[in-house]
Design a protein around this ligand. Structure first.
Ligand code: BYC
Length: 471
C-alpha cells in the first residue's frame, strides 16, 4: 500500500518527499499551472465556494472528500491506483513478461507521444468550457461543470507527473508546452481536432461530456492495460473520476430531451418557451458523435499496431481475458472500405485494427445511451426519435475520411453527399437560438426552462442543496 501525503505542497501517493529532484521540478511547474488556470480556467467564480469532491486517496470506497472549496485552492494531486504485485503484461509480443517500472529505451518516443496526446486533451477541455459558468442552468449544473474542470486539471497533473518522472528534460519541455498550446488557437492549437472546437453553450457541453469524454474513457481504459505500470496505474485512477464526467453528459442531454418531451407532450412548441427543439438536439448529436469518433485515429493504423505489439496500449478490457488471443496474431478485422467509388470488403490484420476495435466498443456504448434518450421520448408518448449517424458519415480521420457517404453510411455520388450534409449539423441560427436559451439560474433548486431537474443530487444531498455559495 503506498502512503498518501495530503499535507505536501502537491498531495500525492508517489512518495514525492523521497525524490527531492522530482519534487522540486514539479513544484517549479505548479505556479505555471496555477497561472494557466487563472488565465484559461473557468472565468470568474474564483472567490465562490463550490461544493467539490477532491481526490484524497485511492482506497476502495473512500477515495474522495466532498466540501466547499474555492477553485484556485483546489488540491490538485498525483494519485496512482494501488500496484498489483502479480500483474504481468497482458497482450502483444510481450505478453506474460513482467510489467515495466521505467520506460524501455526503444519505446520512449512512442510512449511520450501517447502521454502527451492524452495530457493535451485535459487542459484543452478546460479552455473549451471556460465561459460556461456564466450561463449555468442551475447551481447543481454549475457545480458539476466546475467539478469536471478541476478534475481535468488533475488529469493534467497525472500526465505531467509521468512526463517529469520518466522522460527527463524532454518530459519537462513537454509539460511546459502543455500550458502553452491553446484550444482553437490558429498558431498553437491543441493536438486533436475535437479539442479545438468551441463549446459555447450547455447543450454543446453535455454533448462534449457524452461523446468526447467517452473517448477519454476508452482511451484511458486502453492505456490502463499498458505494460508501463505507472501509466496503467495513473490512468486506472483517472477512470474513477471520469465516470462522473460521463454521467454529467449522458444525464445532461437526457434532461434536455426530457424537458423537450414534456413540452411536446402538452402540445407546447419548445421554441415558444425558450426550450430546445428535438431537431436542434439531433444536429448537436450529429456534430459531436462524428467529431469524437475521429479521436480514435485511423481504423487501419500502423501506429496502433506498434503500440499494441510493444505492450504500450491494449484493447478495451484486455485484462479481463475476454479476447481469445492476447497477441492478436493471424486474425483479421473485416470491414468495407471505399475503393474506386465503391465499397470493397477488406480484411485488416487485427493488430492494425486496434483503433477500429476501440471505436466499436465506444460506439456500442453510444448506442446504449442513445436508446436511453429515446426511451424518454417513448415514455412521453411521442413518435419522434433521435438517431445516430453511421460511423462512416462526416469523418475526417481514417479510411472513411472525406468520402461521400450519406447519413446511413452508403457511398453516394459527391453531389448527393453534399446535399446529405444539409440540415445534419447545427446552423448559425441553431447556435444563436440555443445561446438565447442560456440564461443563468442561481436560485437554489431552480432550473432553466430548457432542462429538467436531475433525479438526484450530489453526494446524497438534495437537488436544492446550495451547491455554490456566492461571495
Ligand atoms: N486529430 O495511425 P493513426 C480525453 C494523427 S480524450 C488530429 O490513424 P493513431 C478527454 C495521429 O496523431 C482521450 N490528429 O492513429 C476527453 C497520427 O499523426 P502522425 C485522449 C489525429 O496514432 C474529454 C496520424 O494522424 N487520449 O481523455 O493510432 C475531456 C495517423 O494516426 C487524430 C488519447 O487520444 C485526430 N482526431 O491514433 C478531457 C490517447 N487522429 O503520428 C479529456 C493517446 C489521429 O502521423 N493517443 N491523428 O504525426 C492515442 O492513442 C493516439 O494518438 C490516437 C491516434 C488514438 C489519438
Amino acid at each position: 500500500m503506498s502512503s498518501v501525503d495530503l499535507q505536501a505542497r502537491i498531495p500525492n501517493n508517489v512518495n514525492l518527499n523521497e525524490d527531492p529532484v522530482l519534487r522540486r521540478a514539479l513544484e517549479h511547474w505548479q505556479p505555471k499551472y496555477l497561472e494557466w488556470w487563472r488565465d484559461m480556467g473557468p472565468s470568474d467564480y474564483r472567490e465562490d465556494d463550490i461544493y467539490l469532491r477532491t481526490a484524497v486517496g485511492v482506497g476502495r470506497g473512500g477515495w474522495a472528500n466532498f466540501d466547499y472549496v474555492k477553485m484556485p485552492d483546489y488540491r490538485w494531486g498525483i494519485f496512482l491506483a494501488e500496484p498489483d504485485p502479480a500483474r504481468v503484461i497482458g497482450f502483444g509480443d510481450v505478453v506474460g513478461q513482467p510489467i515495466w517500472q521505467v520506460v524501455p529505451g526503444e519505446m520512449r518516443n512512442r510512449l511520450r507521444r501517447l502521454v502527451v496526446t492524452q495530457a493535451d486533451t485535459e487542459p484543452a477541455s478546460v479552455e473549451q468550457q471556460r465561459l460556461l459558468g456564466h450561463t449555468a442552468p442551475s447551481l447543481y449544473d454549475l457545480r458539476n461543470l466546475f467539478q469536471v474542470n478541476v478534475e481535468e486539471g488533475r488529469h493534467l497533473w497525472a500526465m505531467v507527473y509521468i512526463l517529469h518522472r520518466f522522460f527527463g528534460a524532454d518530459g519537462r519541455d513537454e509539460a511546459e508546452d502543455l500550458l502553452r498550446r491553446r484550444s482553437g488557437n490558429a498558431d498553437n492549437p491543441r493536438i486533436l481536432q475535437a479539442f479545438n472546437k468551441s463549446v459555447d453553450d450547455w447543450l454543446a457541453f453535455f454533448c462534449f461530456t457524452t461523446f468526447t469524454d467517452r473517448d477519454g474513457k476508452y482511451q484511458l481504459a486502453a492505456l490502463a492495460e499498458s505494460g508501463f505500470d505507472p501509466l496503467a496505474r495513473t490512468t486506472q485512477f483517472m477512470l474513477t473520476e471520469e465516470a462522473h464526467h460521463l454521467s454529467v453528459g449522458e444525464n445532461g442531454v437526457g434532461r434536455v430531451v426530457q424537458r423537450t418531451a414534456e413540452l411536446l407532450k402538452q402540445g407546447t412548441d419548445p421554441r415558444s418557451v425558450g426550450a430546445i427543439p428535438l431537431d436542434i438536439i439531433q444536429r448537436y448529436i450529429n456534430e459531436w458523435v462524428t467529431a469524437s469518433s475521429d479521436l480514435f485515429g485511423g481504423e487501419d493504423s500502423s501506429n496502433a499496431a506498434e503500440a499494441f505489439a510493444s505492450g504500450l496500449k491494449g484493447r478495451y478490457r484486455e485484462g479481463d481475458g475476454i479476447y481469445k488471443d492476447p497477441r492478436a496474431l493471424d486474425q483479421f478485422y473485416e470491414t468495407e472500405i471505399p475503393e474506386d467509388g465503391r465499397l470493397v470488403r477488406k480484411e485488416i490484420p487485427l493488430r492494425r485494427a486496434m483503433n477500429a476495435l476501440l471505436l466499436d466498443s465506444y460506439l456500442a456504448d453510444v448506442h446504449r445511451i442513445h436508446d436511453r434518450w429515446n426511451k424518454t421520448l417513448e415514455s412521453h408518448g411521442l413518435a419522434e426519435r433521435l438517431t445516430l449517424p453511421s460511423s462512416r458519415f462526416n469523418r475526417q480521420q481514417g479510411v472513411y475520411a472525406y468520402q461521400p457517404f450519406n447519413y446511413a453510411g452508403q457511398l453516394v455520388a459527391a453531389e448527393q453527399a453534399e446535399r446529405e450534409m444539409v440540415g445534419r449539423f447545427p446552423t448559425r441560427e441553431d447556435y444563436d437560438y440555443v445561446r438565447s436559451c442560456m440564461i443563468k439560474v442561481h436560485e437554489r433548486g431552480r432550473f432553466a426552462n430548457w432542462i429538467a431537474p436531475p433525479h438526484q443530487g450530489i453526494n446524497n444531498n438534495p437537488i436544492d442543496f446550495e451547491y455554490v455559495k456566492f461571495h
